[in-house]
Design a protein around this ligand. Structure first.
Ligand SMILES: Cc1cc2nc3c(=O)[nH]c(=O)nc-3n(C[C@H](O)[C@H](O)[C@H](O)COP(=O)(O)O)c2cc1C
Length: 167
C-alpha cells in the first residue's frame, strides 16, 4: 500500500483503508510519501498504522548495505493518491521511495496496481491530467477515484482476493 498527502489522510487512513484491508486478509507493506509521513506523524495516525502490520512503515530509501524491508508485493494499492504523485507515476518520475516502488510495479505487467486519486476540480482540469490517466490505464493500472465525501473503504473492492491473483 502506498499513501500520499491528500485531504483527510491524517485521520481516515487506518479506519477506512488499512484496518479493513487487514480484516480482508491482506498483509500490509506500507510506503508513505515524505509529506504523508509528516502529516500522519503529526496526527498520531502513523503510530496506529504501525500496529496493523509486522513490516516497517517506510518513506525513506534504504542504505545500499541495508536489507530490503519489504517483500515484493503482487498487489499495489495507491490510496489516496495525490494529483502530483499520480502525475509523477504516469511520467515515471521516481523521486521518492513511494514513487520508486510504484513505478517499478507499474512496469511489471504481472503486478496488480490500483491507483485511487483524490483531487479538486481545478487539479483535474490541468491539461495533462487526462493524458496521465490514459497512460496509467494503458499500463494496466485500475483507476478508482476517491473523494472526501465518501468512505474510502470501497477501494478494497477493486483489488484481487487477498493472497490470490483472482479479482
Ligand atoms: C490540507 C491539505 C489537503 C490537501 N488535499 C489534497 C488532495 O486531496 N489531493 C491532492 O492531490 N492534493 C492535496 N493537497 C496538496 C498535496 O498535499 C501536495 O500536492 C503535496 O505536495 C502532495 O505530496 P505527495 O504526493 O508527495 O504526498 C492538499 C494539501 C493540503 C495542505
Amino acid at each position: 500500500m502506498v499513501v500520499a498527502a491528500c485531504y483527510g489522510v491524517d485521520r481516515r487512513l487506518c479506519d477506512e483503508i488499512a484496518r479493513p484491508a487487514v480484516e480482508r486478509g491482506w498483509r500490509l507493506a506500507i510506503t508513505l510519501t515524505p509529506t504523508a509521513e509528516r502529516w500522519l506523524t503529526a496526527s498520531g495516525e502513523f503510530e496506529r498504522l504501525t500496529q496493523l502490520t509486522d513490516l516497517p512503515v517506510r518513506s525513506r530509501s534504504r542504505l545500499p548495505g541495508e536489507p530490503r524491508p519489504h517483500p515484493d508485493p503482487r498487489t499495489f494499492l495507491f490510496a489516496p493518491a495525490s494529483a502530483g504523485s499520480t502525475a509523477k507515476l504516469a511520467l515515471g518520475i521516481a523521486d521518492n521511495q513511494a514513487l520508486t516502488v510504484l513505478c517499478e510495479a507499474l512496469g511489471d505487467p504481472s503486478v496488480h496496481v490500483s491507483v485511487c486519486p483524490q483531487l479538486s476540480d481545478a487539479q483535474a482540469g490541468h491539461p495533462a491530467w487526462p493524458g496521465h490517466l490514459a497512460t496509467l490505464r494503458s499500463a494496466g493500472a485500475l483507476v478508482t477515484p476517491v473523494s472526501p465525501d465518501r468512505a474510502w473503504t470501497h477501494v478494497l473492492d477493486a483489488l484481487p482476493v487477498a493472497g490470490t491473483d483472482r479479482p
